[in-house]
Design a protein around this ligand. Structure first.
Ligand code: ADP
Length: 390
């Protein structure tokens, strides 16, 4: 009777085997669950990194980016957009008109949807300061061709436009300044050749005019070269200890003849032993330009005085004062601009190029100083500039 034992053994074996398989199956299930969870976590992390990268890229762009959803309302905007248009509040869900108040944008968004290509156009925003933007607009389409939204990219052109205008204005001014003496020279030469050369007293007068205008041309070219050198930022400033009283004496010497002609008294009121850290040649140029103006535009029989003092901030403040007719308040802010003159005819008549004060400003700035003017009509003008003390 071995069969019952064998059957019992088979049943026990089967049960044990089944349990073993069951355990293995559960273990395998557990392991695959863990693997799936790990893979999901890895995927999640990769997605988070990719999103963070996109966000960093989006926010580090110089251009302002505005993303509109299917409903035409803002779904996303980057930091640059906020900076460009001074937006600090949350704009998600708002319409573009609510956010930017630029009426040209809504028709642009509609056109982009119809034409299905990137459109670029320029907008000019009026305000205290005019601003110019290039806007690139493109529609976003899904795989089945449905429009999902619109992306608007704003590129601020204000600075570039301003530079272009300044350059154009400068070229126009230079051409005008060169043309005037040149056409006078040409005109007088033609008159001389036409017969005036045979009348000595007329010829002499004409030749003097030609000489004066040729000098004006060479002065202008010299000033233009100085300006371009100073503006290139490549000027070498040779700083050294400069005795101010002596520097002013040297500058005044150059003006003895013109001051005598106009009976102007020149005074050096700079205290001895006041020393500045400056480039002696450049300082000579500053003083020369200010003295030239003070004598040119000051009154006959007047006084021009140069003084200096140690200011509270430790800088030396130098002043060049005249008792001339003065400068109107609205011109006072502009006289340091290139080619700006209060009285054009008077400046030209005096041989001015309109660049003197602009040169002064550049040189003072290359010395980390400040330059400004104070004036009262009928009383006089005083020009100030600062230098580091030594
Ligand atoms: P300019 O060659 O015409 O003298 P500047 O740049 O030196 O050019 O000066 C600009 C303008 O500022 C002058 O044309 C003049 O109208 C005015 N200006 C400068 N200095 C004086 C001054 N001391 N008194 C009155 N006006 C002045």
């Amino acid at each position: 009777m071995i069969w019952p034992f064998l059957t019992l053994a088979a049943i026990v074996g089967w049960i044990l085997n089944h349990r073993w398989w069951q355990k293995r199956f559960t273990d395998a299930q557990e392991a695959s669950r863990k693997e799936i969870a790990q893979a999901a976590a890895r995927q999640q992390q990769a997605a988070a990194v990719a999103l963070a990268e996109k966000e960093a890229l989006f926010n580090s762009m110089i251009e302002g980016v505005l993303v509109l959803g299917q409903n035409g309302r803002v779904s996303m905007a980057n930091r640059a957009l906020g900076n460009l248009f001074s937006i600090s509040q949350d704009i998600v869900g708002k319409s573009i008109l609510e956010v930017l108040r630029i009426h040209e944008l809504a028709p642009l968004v509609n056109r982009v949807a119809k034409e299905r290509q990137v459109l670029a156009f320029e907008i000019t925003l009026a305000g205290i300061e005019q601003r110019v933007f290039e806007v690139n607009a493109s529609a976003v389409f899904s795989r089945n061709g449905e429009q999902e939204g619109t992306i608007l990219v704003f590129h601020d052109l204000t600075r570039i436009k301003r530079l272009q205008n300044t350059r154009q204005e400068f070229v126009a001014n230079v051409s005008h300044e060169l043309r005037t003496p040149l056409s006078l020279i040409k005109g007088y030469i033609e008159t001389l050749l036409d017969g005036a050369k045979d009348k000595p007293e007329v010829a002499e007068r004409f030749l003097r005019t030609i000489d004066r205008n040729a000098n004006r041309l060479s002065l202008l070219i010299e000033d233009l070269l100085t300006i371009s050198q100073l503006e290139s930022g490549k000027t070498v400033v040779n700083f050294a200890r400069v005795d101010l009283h002596q520097a002013v004496d040297r500058a005044l010497e150059d003006f003895f003849p013109s001051a005598r002609d106009k009976r102007v008294k020149l005074t050096n009121a700079v205290p001895p032993q006041l020393a500045a850290r400056a480039d002696a040649n450049r300082l000579h140029q500053i003083l020369g330009n200010l003295l030239d103006n003070a004598i040119k535009y000051g009154r006959a029989d007047g006084t021009v005085s140069i003084a200096a003092k140690l200011a509270e901030d430790g800088k030396i403040e130098v002043s060049v004062a005249d008792d001339g007719p003065g400068i109107p308040p609205d011109s006072l802010e502009r006289i340091f601009e290139r080619f700006y003159r209060v009285d054009k005819a008077r400046s030209r008549e005096q041989g001015g190029t309109g660049l003197g004060l602009s040169i002064v400003k550049h040189i003072v700035q290359s010395h980390s100083g400040r330059v400004w003017a104070v004036s009262r009509l009928g009383v006089g003008s005083t020009f100030f500039f600062t230098l580091d003390s030594c």
